[in-house]
Design a binder for this molecule. Sequence first.
Ligand SMILES: [Zn+2]
Length: 316
Amino acid sequence: MARTVIAGDFGGTNLRAALVADSGEVLARREVPTPAAGTAEEALASVDALLADVRAGAAAAPVAACIAAAGLIDAERGLVLVSPNVPSFRNLPLGAALAGRTGLPAAIENDASAAALGEHRFGAARGARHVLHATLGTGIGGGIVIDGRLHRGAAGLAGEIGHIVIDAAGPVCACGSRGCLEALAGGVAFARRARRLLETGAAPVLAALCAGREPAAADLARAAARGETAALAEIRNGGHLLGVGLASLVNVLNPDVVTLSGGLLGMGEPLLESLREAMAASAYGPASATPVRVSELGEDAGLLGAAAVALALAEG
Ligand SMILES: [Zn+2]
């Protein structure tokens, strides 16, 4: 019988949990709306119900559990320091809570780090030793796998690739620094590009699409798909900056493969093409040939990332 683990993914919309086999097959899944308000106790009660439901479907006892969550996670001590999706989880020992409630070896992990291990075990980086994974969404995150193991760093902050500085005189970032990759080419930055483009009056298709409302990153892609060259140029410009940032990381880490996930990939081939071109042009020597692959895990990337962390825990 396949070994199974309990995997949790705390997203912005739903808390999801699943029973996952070591093959990556999702055997059972449940979800509840993310408790964005209320106390930590109430949120934990939702987690309890989820876990009990998922566990009830297990044919044999799972071997470990892991919850992946956005935010600042101290994986070593099992602490959620800051959670943007569940604000009541602040300095919360979720790892101990998970172990206590399941009676299993349990871990919590930053979702982007978990995603890196998920790609390594189940996805686009199968068979690689060293992986750099980038999550390209409203914010930009990442995870690093070295020799098949997650690299967490001294305080669990390794992989915060959105905050490498690309332009020291650039726009202020959410982290307080200036010109971070996220501030220049994250989802919020693309929305800002779209807003500026509207102000120039040079993007009639975009203007018609937004019709008086605030533009979002996805509007640029829609306008570009309808032939608006100014919108296309903004997408390519952002993709270029992402590629430049990834090239710096590739020069430091020399991964076998770079994997990508996240909503910005919805901008399609123009973004990917400019990202790949810029990375190849900026990376040093043979590192310029580092392959860049899109995640194969789709909507289950978060759950499978958590499952990969739980399996690694069970395997020691
Ligand atoms: Zn930053």
